[in-house]
Design a protein around this ligand. Sequence first.
Ligand code: HGY
Ligand code: MN
Ligand code: MN
Length: 415
Amino acid sequence: MAADTAPPAHAPVATVTGLLSGIAGTGTDKIRGGYTRPVYSTAELDLRSWFIEQAEKRGLAVDTDRNGAIWAWWDVPGGDRSNSLVTGSHLDSVPGGGPFDGPLGVASALVAVDILKTRMTTPTRPLAVVVFPEEEGSRFGVACLGSRLMTGAIDPDKARNLQDPDGSTFADVARANGLDPRFLGRDHKLLGQIGAFVELHVEQGRGLIDLDQPIAIASSILGHGRWRLSIDGQGNHAGTTLMADRRDPMVSAARTVVAIRDIARKQDHARATVGRLQPVPGGTNVIASRVDFWLDVRHPDDAVTAALVQGIHGQARIIAAEEGCSVELREESLSPTVHFDPGLQKELQLALPRAPVLDTGAGHDAGVLAPYLPTAMVFVRNPSGVSHSPEEHVMDEDAETGARTLADALHRLMA
Ligand code: HGY
Ligand code: MN
Ligand code: MN
């Protein structure tokens, strides 16, 4: 049914900066700076309420799926949702993250709906704005947990048993937030309704600054994974234990972190990071008995990623033996390199002829959906070139340009 294209009178159009300023005080981290909004924390729940309120203000039909993703629908007359066009992102953050990683895509999607509503009173194609839970994997350790569950990319039992640092399982937390953990998992019906997914995201690098452009189209996402290393030694007293008598896992871990840096430096295009390390018990005057730390490795070639991790594991074992310790490595999350849909990318390039095409080293829900349906991404310039940090930044005019760009791209894909 053709859309009624008579522009409706007085359809209000919000601004991205206005929407983001409305949540600027939610989940601020006084210690780290920036924002700490783990999934199902008070802060992220407040952001969920904010999103639902904004979506309902726009007359969108809102529901939460079995895996905790929130869907805000602008339905066609009759409500058939097949071949829908979906945009959106996430609201959870890394610890001490910036204000744009996730929320920029959600706010831009809401403004894009406003803009489209000034052009038509009903959409020619069902449109949804989605908020995926646990994109950062900061609470339960698996990146893009919500979209992995929806696509079946993660075993529901594994997901149910994931634990947060306090030992709460994802099943318990999901249940406490209105989900039935028995139904976590692949959502055939919902997946079958999505014709295309386009995610707008702050650029998490310097590409657009160096090209002096406000918007880019994504080509691919670097393969990336997360492994947990646990080093066991002998916990003991810091004062009564002679240096020669120690089996200190902290020393073994520290030497391994440097070895990881050295191994990655030798491999072109590789990135390897240890950003999280937890000694047990963690006392100032206590030699740790165990040290857990998490390895993030990324490379365009998945085989190279695997080889790097194998090399790191081997070196960790040698170091542990020299320190009288033992080491165990466990894979926690793995995402292969993803190339976005060429057809969709072409459409976006026609809509945005001046936008450069860039790859990214950052993972996204769009990357998880890519093997299952046509997906694309649009990046907005970040003058700081920094992300996963309070310094992450987007200039106001680029934020509004991003929303207009998203609206034009969605309008084109609606036709
Ligand atoms: O870790 C990532 O690449 C993404 O920001 N979740
Ligand atoms: Mn993100
Ligand atoms: Mn992120």
